[in-house]
Design a binder for this molecule. Structure first.
Ligand SMILES: NC(=O)c1ccc[n+]([C@@H]2O[C@H](COP(=O)([O-])OP(=O)(O)OC[C@H]3O[C@@H](n4cnc5c(N)ncnc54)[C@H](O)[C@@H]3O)[C@@H](O)[C@H]2O)c1
Ligand SMILES: O=P(O)(O)OC[C@H](O)CO
Length: 323
């Protein structure tokens, strides 16, 4: 199964490196011409994955038609660009969606967006606790690979697995996607707690109560509880809420230190998906009658709608209730 990767940010480049780690040829589509040139000329992606020497069996291209011979395409564009990018991809090839987010405007998950953009293409989702730099270095990592077609899921898992990269199969595509999308918003909240010096008890409370929000929302959207408690849900939540290696956590830390969202988000090249997902998630949750107070708090801070102290006070003053 010849592999292609669409999107040469940190995660797309790391996944290309993973697939090429046994010497197989990988075609990597990049938006930026200078990224294509750097990968082909010097086997580096200094813009998005600095200081990682890349395999010479990765070939970068700016032309989607170069992916037409691929039998599997990993899609790794930011969530808000996924529709436009997937629409240009070759038709009928299995798409493994690796982006984490919910589309603004439509409130659709990435599998729903891809199904509209490429109705003929089978779809799978790869999600889990995966910092790109660690995967690119070959450090041990486990992910959820979700696909409704179990036979296709098994073929894709066999193609993607490596000695230090273990996909665990699931047929709960929606559950795998909701975990990845929601944890990005909760990571912003944990970053705020870090930046504001609220302590580790507060972080643990946000992870636990945030997971309760993820579960309520996921169940309302048809996800299964065991998926949300697995690698793509709780696993990724714990990772992303624990480290400034997370762009979402770092964004939250800046907010907690008193910076405004607009200044933190302006001119950034890398994506903090939670900032885009938060208002979409809040609106979808409200429409479904699902309470998500931590997500609401993150939205208030991102929109600069209330001072940090007021947002924290409002969370702490919520009515006491059973866990
Ligand atoms: N970085 C990670 O560790 C990691 C891990 C797992 C999942 N993800 C997910 O992967 C997705 C991509 O993140 P990343 O970290 O690889 O990106 P990144 O932040 O490293 O790079 C930004 C990417 O956005 C692309 N981009 C910018 N404008 C675009 C446009 N108009 N159309 C298409 N693409 C455009 C750039 O080409 C680049 O590939 C996100 O959904 C993210 O949540 C990231
Ligand atoms: O850097 P973040 O916050 O986008 O997180 C990266 C990955 O999603 C972690 O699994």
């Amino acid at each position: 199964m010849r592999a292609g990767v669409i999107g040469a940010g940190a995660w797309g480049t790391a996944l290309a490196q993973l697939l090429a780690s046994d010497g197989q040829q990988v075609m990597l589509w990049a938006l930026e011409a200078d990224v294509v040139d750097a990968i082909n000329a010097s086997h580096q992606n200094p813009l998005y994955l600095a200081n990682i020497p890349l395999s010479p069996s990765i070939h970068a291209t700016g032309s989607m038609s170069d992916l037409s011979a691929c039998e599997m395409l990993l899609v790794v564009s930011p969530a808000q660009h996924l529709r436009a990018v997937v629409a240009q991809a070759p038709t009928g090839v299995p798409l493994v969606l690796c982006s984490k987010g919910i589309e603004a405007g439509s409130s659709l998950l990435m599998s729903e967006v891809a199904a509209q953009a490429q109705p003929e293409s089978p779809i799978a989702v790869l999600s889990g606790p995966t910092f790109a730099h660690e995967v690119a270095k070959g450090l041990p990592t486990a992910v959820t690979l979700a696909c409704e077609d179990k036979a296709l899921g098994q073929r894709l898992a066999a193609r993607i697995a490596r000695p230090s990269f273990r996909p665990y199969l699931s047929d709960d595509v929606i559950g795998a996607e909701i975990g990845g999308a929601v944890k990005n918003v909760l990571a912003i909240a944990c970053g705020v707690a870090e930046g504001a010096g609220l302590g580790l008890n507060a972080r643990a409370a946000l992870i636990s109560r945030g997971f309760a929000e993820m579960t309520r929302f996921g169940l309302a959207r048809g996800a299964r509880a065991e998926t949300l408690g697995g690698l793509s849900g709780l696993g990724d939540l714990v990772l992303t809420c624990s480290s400034t290696n997370s762009r979402n956590f770092s964004l939250g830390k800046g907010l907690g230190e008193g910076a405004h969202a607009a200044e933190l988000l302006s001119n950034r090249r890398t994506v903090a998906e939670g900032a885009h997902t938060a208002p979409v998630l809040r609106d979808a949750a409200r429409a479904a009658g699902v309470e998500m107070p931590v997500v609401e708090a993150v939205c208030a801070l991102l929109a600069d709608a209330a001072p940090l102290a007021d947002v924290i006070d409002a969370l702490l003053a919520r009515p006491l209730r059973p866990e």
